[in-house]
Ligand binder design. Structure first.
Ligand code: DQA
Length: 137
């Protein structure tokens, strides 16, 4: 089973960025933990701060992979393009967020991903990614 985690802008700063919201762990360390725990899954990871690169990766993986776990970060709330890409592909997408976006500013309550996601996992810290992964098993 081929699954990719796609992370959007500023998630490359996990571990350093607002640790009271996002925790102390780098995503690279967390990803290695996930890979060693779920050896039956062929797990890939991609991060970009650039909207078009995220769209390219969704298109590139969206017809061949078995699942996409997408945290589009701030673009969740702004990007019609990423929302359209999720709609255009056939691979199921699980939208994840580390923080509970509904407990934060109102601009974070809007998502262009959710209407076309298979499911949404929000607010469980980095564990949100693992829960999304388990949903594919
Ligand atoms: C986030 C929530 C977004 O509102 C924010 O812009 C992020 C991270 C999360 O995982 O909690 O960068 O997607």
């Amino acid at each position: 089973m081929k699954i990719i985690i796609i992370n959007g802008p500023n998630l490359n700063l996990l571990g350093k960025r607002e640790p009271e919201i996002y925790g102390n762990k780098t995503f690279e360390n967390y990803f290695e933990e996930l890979k060693s725990k779920y050896t039956i899954i062929d797990l890939d990871y991609f991060q970009s701060n650039i909207e078009g690169e995220l769209i390219d990766k969704i298109q590139d993986t969206g017809f061949t992979y078995d699942g996409i776990i997408l945290n589009a970060a701030a673009y969740t709330h702004t990007s019609v393009g990423i929302g359209d890409a999720v709609k255009a592909i056939i691979t199921p997408v699980i939208e994840v967020h580390i923080s509970n976006t509904f407990a934060r500013e109102t601009f974070r309550h809007q998502s262009f991903i959710s209407p076309n996601a298979k499911g949404i996992i929000i607010g469980f810290g980095l564990k949100s990614y693992e829960l999304a992964l388990q949903s594919f098993l």
